[in-house]
Design a protein around this ligand. Sequence first.
Ligand code: SF4
Length: 82
Amino acid sequence: MANPKNKHADNLPGAFYCTDPDDDSGEGCIACNVCYSGAPDFFAEDDMGNAFIKKQPVTKEEIDLCIEQMDACPVNSIGKDG
Ligand code: SF4
């Protein structure tokens, strides 16, 4: 699972987060572009192509879309608190 102690610095605060690429557990973002292609309203890429949350989902539809990205992330670097 995504390491909540190694969140990307640019995540907008809230339940969803992406983890930093240098996560010691080896589950950090690998810049595969799945999430920010699949849900560009909520995920963005930094200068290195690593993902962060730019907008937290609010509605059930938005949350479901972000959960889809969480499930699709190949390295479990998207997490959700709570
Ligand atoms: S799907 Fe995962 S590995 Fe791919 S860009 Fe998003 S957070 Fe990074």
